[in-house]
Design a protein around this ligand. Structure first.
Ligand code: HEC
Ligand code: HEC
Ligand code: HEC
Ligand code: HEC
Ligand code: HEC
Ligand code: HEC
Ligand code: HEC
Length: 486
């Protein structure tokens, strides 16, 4: 990490040494990197699976559940550790997320968010590219959030030193300025990539709405509970509603510097008073800690991407509102949402909110068809038991995009159910060549091979699946049935 951080910093450091130095100590700058040095030994027991994990001094993670055991070398972290840290390891050039994380408040390791309540050890989840988009600056889990993420490509400016050759976020028109922070700080209910831009190509200075449609729940009461991002909360504040474009993240935060604990109250008070000096608080002195009353903090700060400090700046701390029965999605960014993006937004929302499943399905059916829409529709048809429709859609997707992993592996399932085994095997083999970590698909392939009498190939596929997912019970079972060992 140190090397890469220095390389990135060095580009700007000769001319902006103070900013580079200050920025290094922020959570953003330290939000990902390579592990180095020694760590304290720790053990985690997972009551639901019965697994035991042990972290060694050298960051080697051992795991054990009954006869299943092994180890992985944790090489990278995600998260500065102000709140917590997730860890990554590499196998065959693929990055996987570790099933245990470090939680700073509790001062201990525990099961990672999203890994709780499993029956087996989960070792085969490839890291979501989105993690690295927000915590690093692309595909590598290193270097934290770089200067360029907020200032745009710096090459030309480094050569010329001219102001015109670099983005100064505060000088941008409001929507473009806000997009600089919103690219990472606006979670919403669903973030949908627009049809015209490739994911991960947003640059500071672009309009975020050209790249992403972000949806939030419309109901204000329910929104109170579900609005998890700083962006959404701030938009709900009187300050923002009454100030409009004048108020933004940069009104209170210095992107290059986190104020020290002792200096915090004064630092933020000054920001409040830049607008509230004329008509001071009726309940407290002008020298008080404004944020302590008007931006209260949640009970526990979690790694769940929930705004901890209440950015809706209430007069008085509000109890969270009760959830409402029916709610709809509303586009958050000031751009007319298209039918396609709205339908995809509902499809994503439906994964955690069954009440909008029907609406998602209806919208998908009406939306202009592209690969993303067809892939979602195929899943809906499949879940509703409408296999013919699902299969036809997968065929269309694979015809357009032969590399589409989900469509290819699902099409193989439909093929094999219809006795077209050779086609299914070919589809799985091709998909796995491109995406080797799809363990479920490899398991299906092994079953198909073994049923076609290809014992050796089946055994090889099972061993490969177990390489990524050593506690894959069906694979262990089939291996035993085939008279082989892992
Ligand atoms: C060769 C020296 C040099 C390097 C290297 C350099 N800058 Fe600058 N930068 C300058 C100078 C000089 C100014 C002031 C220009 C002016 O005011 O006309 C400046 C101004 C800026 C500004 C303010 C622009 C504005 O509109 O006021 C930003 C932002 C900035 N630099 C960011 C960066 C970033 C990010 C990097 C690294 C990618 C970087 N600089 C590397 C010399 C440099
Ligand atoms: C490339 C993604 C990205 C961009 C762009 C970004 N942030 Fe962040 N920000 C993060 C992440 C990730 C964290 C959590 C860092 C951690 O602790 O690991 C964070 C943390 C913060 C924090 C908490 C203090 C700290 O440094 O950890 C503040 C305040 C903040 N960001 C403000 C901003 C503002 C203001 C902007 C826009 C000018 C912005 N961020 C742009 C990703 C980003
Ligand atoms: C849309 C951008 C975004 C994505 C995607 C994202 N994060 Fe974050 N993450 C943030 C921001 C911003 C923060 C800090 C404040 C907050 O909670 O909003 C954060 C905080 C964290 C923290 C706590 C860091 C600390 O100590 O302050 C961890 C750990 C973390 N994220 C891990 C992950 C992992 C693992 C993934 C992928 C599964 C992921 N994040 C995906 C933006 C993102
Ligand atoms: C999280 C977003 C973010 C990151 C990361 C970031 N900056 Fe900035 N930078 C800003 C914002 C916002 C401003 C405008 C501040 C203002 O004037 O309100 C700014 C202003 C500047 C300026 C001109 C104004 C000044 O304070 O002199 C320079 C130079 C600069 N940044 C350099 C850098 C360098 C070098 C890095 C990397 C070490 C960096 N920035 C990283 C958001 C960021
Ligand atoms: C960019 C200007 C701006 C900044 C910065 C700002 N506010 Fe406001 N705020 C306003 C405006 C405008 C209103 C609405 C008119 C009013 O009540 O004065 C408002 C309203 C409020 C209200 C009344 C809310 C309600 O629901 O009636 C509180 C409380 C408040 N602000 C506190 C703060 C605190 C605390 C800070 C600093 C953490 C802050 N404001 C920063 C502009 C701002
Ligand atoms: C009116 C002032 C104000 C504005 C505007 C503001 N913040 Fe904050 N923010 C704060 C205060 C105060 C804290 C608490 C700082 C602390 O205790 O360390 C905070 C904390 C944070 C944190 C740390 C995690 C947490 O929830 O405590 C992040 C991340 C953050 N803000 C991001 C943003 C982003 C992104 C924006 C723009 C959408 C924004 N903030 C706008 C005042 C503000
Ligand atoms: C001890 C808690 C506390 C502190 C500290 C505090 N406030 Fe307040 N503030 C309140 C309460 C309670 C109200 C609501 C008063 C009411 O409804 O009559 C209020 C009201 C406000 C209002 C709305 C006033 C109006 O007429 O609508 C603003 C603006 C405000 N505060 C700003 C600030 C600023 C700026 C600071 C820091 C200098 C600050 N407050 C510090 C408790 C506090």
């Amino acid at each position: 990490m140190t090397l890469l951080l220095l390389l990135i910093a060095n580009v700007c450091a000769p001319c902006h040494p103070a900013i580079v130095k200050q920025y290094e100590s922020t959570g953003m700058a330290r939000s990902s990197g390579k592990l180095s040095g020694a760590t304290a030994v720790a053990t985690v027991h997972d009551p639901s699976s019965g697994a035991t994990y042990r972290i060694n001094h050298d960051h080697r993670m051992e795991f054990e559940r009954g006869p299943v055991q092994g180890s992985r070398m944790l090489e990278w972290f995600i998260g500065s550790g102000n709140v917590g840290r997730s860890f990554l390891f590499a196998l065959d050039g693929i990055l996987f997320q570790a099933p245990v994380s470090y939680y700073s408040a509790a001062g201990k390791w525990d099961i990672s968010p999203g890994y709780e309540g499993k029956r087996t050890i989960q070792m085969g989840r490839a890291v979501e590219p989105a993690c690295l988009q927000c915590h690093a600056s692309g595909a590598q889990p290193e270097g934290g959030v770089s200067c360029e993420r907020c200032h745009g490509p710096g090459q030309k400016h480094v050569a010329t030193g001219k102001a015109a050759d670099i983005i100064h976020p505060a000088k941008l028109p409001a929507a473009r300025r806000d997009g600089v922070c919103a690219q990472c700080h606006l979670t919403g209910v669903a973030r949908v990539a627009t049809a015209t831009r490739k994911a991960g190509t947003f640059r500071a200075g672009d309009l975020l709405s050209d790249h992403l449609a972000v949806f939030v729940w419309d109901a204000a009461e329910a929104g109170e509970l579900s609005a998890t991002s700083h962006y959404e909360r701030l938009a709900a504040s009187k300050c923002k509603q009454a100030s409009g474009d004048k108020l933004w993240c940069g009104s209170c935060h210095d992107s290059h510097r986190e104020p020290a604990a002792a200096e915090k109250a004064g630092f933020y008070r000054q920001r409040c008073q830049s607008c509230h000096a004329q008509k001071p608080c009726t309940k407290a002195a002008a020298t008080s800690d404004c944020a302590s009353c008007h931006m209260p903090k949640g009970a526990t700060r979690s790694v769940d991407h929930v705004a901890f400090t209440d950015h809706s700046i209430p007069r008085e701390k509000r109890p969270p509102a009760a959830p409402v029965a029916k709610r709809a999605l509303r586009p958050f960014l000031p751009a007319p949402a298209q039918e396609r993006e709205t339908a995809l937004g509902y499809a994503i929302a439906a994964m955690t909110e069954p009440a909008v499943r029907r609406e998602a399905f209806e919208r998908l059916q009406k939306a202009p068809r592209d690969v993303a829409v067809m892939a979602q529709l195929a899943q809906f048809h499949d879940r509703m038991g409408q296999e013919e429709q699902a299969m036809a859609l997968c065929e269309q997707i694979v015809a357009i995009e032969p590399d589409h992993p989900a469509a290819a592996v699902n099409l193989a399932i439909y093929r094999i159910k219809r006795g077209r085994t050779a086609e299914a095997i070919a589809l799985w083999e091709a998909a796995l060549k491109r995406s080797p970590a799809m363990t479920g698909a490899r398991m299906n392939l092994a079953v198909a091979l073994s049923r076609s009498g290809e014992r050796e190939k089946a055994i090889a596929a099972l061993r490969q699946a177990l390489r990524y997912e050593p506690d894959l019970e069906p694979a262990l079972r089939l291996l035993r049935e085939l008279g082989a060992t892992p």
